[in-house]
Design a binder for this molecule. Structure first.
Ligand SMILES: Nc1ncnc2c1ncn2[C@@H]1O[C@H](COP(=O)(O)OP(=O)(O)OP(=O)(O)O)[C@@H](O)[C@H]1O
Length: 262
């Protein structure tokens, strides 16, 4: 698969306030191209708020988020998606009865020129285009290890494979930046290891940048190239995983929570 041209994602002084509560307080970090950047912190630290701003769901009160030449805080979710920013939600979001192949094909909708309506009307150019998209779908399914599940309804797969199918659907958008919201939550140990290996593969062979919100510290430490730690909406640490792990402020924040969910 071809590596993408990926600009840095630069979050600067990002602030989000909800009626009297500061969910994000002048937070800054940079996601270097082709790296996995984890955003971690205890419950209520502001991680989801951060994701919601990056994907255009929440409006920032102040600060900026630049992806290359684009200012994301001024854009709507579909415009941000149009720049190649794909988000995978914590909850399952695939249509359960559609086959894995059809679900992944839907992920390519943004990239179709003739559109699936023309394909349905059997224009020759549309049929050719659909064939190419189906080939790409097969390639991506093989990349995440789901080639043999392509003909099955997504809803019939074990949970871990459904999450991988969602990752595959996001990859079908040919993204440059992936936002992964707790990708291994609810998975068995085996599924966690496999998913982490696939995410590392996405970074290593596709060169896509990945922002990862994750409570599983084992997965964060194994996968992340850089980690930003939030606590009560403030950035309390930022750096390499091993540095952040030994940072006294980080240890204090997690001990205070009393639940590191290992
Ligand atoms: N839409 C909203 N309206 C009001 N307050 C909100 C809203 N979204 C988040 N908050 C508040 O902002 C703070 C940060 O919440 P956020 O969900 O971003 O934390 P989090 O780090 O993702 O937590 P968790 O790990 O529990 O998912 C919390 O105090 C939360 O109650």
């Amino acid at each position: 698969m071809t590596p993408q041209t990926v600009p840095p994602l630069e979050v600067r002084e990002l602030t989000v306030r909800f009626a009297g509560l500061t969910a994000l307080d002048a937070v800054s970090f940079t996601v270097r191209p082709g790296t996995v950047h984890a955003v971690i912190g205890p419950n209520g630290a502001g991680k989801s708020t951060c994701f919601n701003v990056l994907s255009g769901v929440y409006r920032a009160t102040g600060g900026s988020v630049r992806f290359g030449e684009h200012e994301l805080t001024a854009m709507r979710p579909h415009e941000i998606a149009g720049l190649g920013v794909a988000r995978i939600f914590q909850n399952l979001a695939l249509p359960p009865r559609a086959t894995v192949a059809d679900s992944l094909l839907l992920g390519r909708h943004r990239l179709t020129r003739t559109g699936f309506l023309a394909a349905g009307l059997r224009f020759p150019s549309a049929a050719r285009e659909e064939r190419l998209h189906r080939e790409r779908v097969r390639e991506i399914a093989a990349f995440v290890g789901l080639e043999r599940q392509l003909g099955r309804p997504a809803g019939s797969l074990p949970y871990g494979q459904q999450k991988l199918a969602e990752l595959a659907r996001a990859l079908c958008m040919e993204p440059r930046l992936l936002l992964l919201d707790e990708p291994v939550a609810g998975m068995t140990g085996d599924e966690r290891r496999r998913t982490a290996a696939v995410i590392a593969g996405v970074r290593d062979s596709l060169g896509i940048s990945i922002v990862l919100v994750e409570h599983d510290m084992g997965v964060v430490m194994r996968l992340a190239d850089a980690v930003t730690v939030l606590d009560f909406g403030r950035r309390i640490a930022d750096g390499a995983p091993t540095d952040v792990q030994n940072d006294p402020a980080v240890i204090r924040a997690y001990l205070g929570e009393g639940d590191t969910r290992s």
